[in-house]
Design a binder for this molecule. Sequence first.
Ligand code: HXC
Length: 520
Amino acid sequence: METMETQENATLQTLERLRAESIDAGGQARKEDQHRKGKLTARERINLLLDEHTFEEFDVLKAGRGGSLGQEKNYLGDGVITGHGSIDGREVFVFSQDFTVLGGSLGEAHAQKICKVMDIAVKVGAPIIGLNDSGGARIQEGVDALAAYGEIFHRNVRASGVVPQISCIMGPCAGGAVYSPSITDFVFMVEDSSYMFVTGPSVVKTVTHQDITSEDLGGARVHSQKSGVAHFTVANDILCLREVRRLINYLPSSNRQRGPINDLSDAANRTDPALDYLVPNNSSQTYDMNVLIHSILDGAEFMEVHARFARNIICGFGRLGGQTVGLVANQPAVLAGVLDNDASYKAGRFVRFCDAFNIPLISLVDVPGFMPGPDQEHGGIIRHGAKLLYAFTEATVPRICVIVRKAYGGAYLVMNSKHIHCDVNLAWPTAEIAVMGPKGAAEVIHRKEIYSSDNPEAVLNQKMEEYRATFANPFLAARRGYIDDVIFPRDTRVHLIRTLQMLDSKRAKGPERKHGNIPL
Ligand code: HXC
């Protein structure tokens, strides 16, 4: 009897010792290093991300096989912590790379652990959140490390559109390793402690003789403002994890579900008389579209995606009547709200995310057209603009369009118009729906009359006025039935909520095919 008890104690002690070894990971000194760099450790991050005491860890005792050089220490856990837990009571899967173990580098066992949680996440239909902090492919493991990355990429692609995938870049992310986050739906980057690039500063120096820092090459600011790789930037690890929790709150767990309903106690019949005066009388004057967005959404709560990139278009999540909606709105306060290459890419990808995950789409339109000029044409405005056109057209979720002011030419069609089959198209009385703006139109169709007159300016103004009276309003389109209703701006929220309720049971199916061929 006594021997059995001693044996049991010994087994428990072994388990305790092994778990402690795994949790200790790279040791106290390296954890302190991590703190000195302003970063949290992999476990601290998981604890902040998930609801308290909900983390269930997998593979705490899994070890690597060691590299071909036979040099590195074999760590239990192999430099990544994986498992599942909840965020506000809803299940999520998580992996958190541990920089204290071989620089968080990715070897075979490390990748197998990540693949395991990805596989289960897809099976049960729950989001995957990756906390990346890694020196990349584990050099000692050679081709095994490369193969391991391939397995993760494969799963990222298979999971795309099935469960939401979120990547947080909380340290280095270099080389081919960047492609896993870039396939995922949303990338968060922590300012000053994270960077992403395919080739680092030293290779840049060798190949192009340019001196550049990691921050200037691929820091959070660069990727949030210039490249568009990062959807969100945050000041530190704590804020990053808080923002991920906030994002998860808008999203369904998988493509088989709807987003969580969250009652923000905001009346569905709330009107806002100030909206009647939002659009200036002079149509060349600007205003801030955020005023309209915040006015209509439940509790004025809006989570903007890509807030610093292509600011001429606004994309993000909010709630109407408690249900998550995806908003795509032109921003007249930036570049007059024109559509350019970056704006088309940004909104196109956002629309596809919403469509994949059953999130109704609402467009708020004030668009003077596509950006003219050789920069944009040569940069591919034709194929980039087509992405947004394609994305809205193929979307089968409930789609509502509100034309606030300008809706000119192809950009009008692209922004979720009735002609590409949005479900309901509303317009404010300030809407201007036309092939182009009054000046351009008058100059094209009355060129001879204007320039042969003694007072070209006066004739131009007169022709512009005539054009405005005919086209720069929503009434012609309403007579044709292209606009379902011209509404009072103050009532926009009320109409949107009622329309969403009506569309709630919408079912739409496209033709049988393997997949379409979006102009990527
Ligand atoms: C093995 C690595 C490693 C790696 C870091 N370490 N990166 N071990 N493979 N890729 C180890 C270091 O040897 C060190 O171990 C510990 O992690 C911490 O690294 P430090 O260099 O001391 O830290 P720091 O000064 O903060 O610099 C971090 C770093 C640097 C910038 C990430 O370590 C670095 O440049 N690493 C190599 C990055 C790289 O080129 N990776 C390959 C990218 S290509 P000790 O024991 O001394 O503490 C790639 C291909 C993917 O990933 C392809 C997919 C298809």
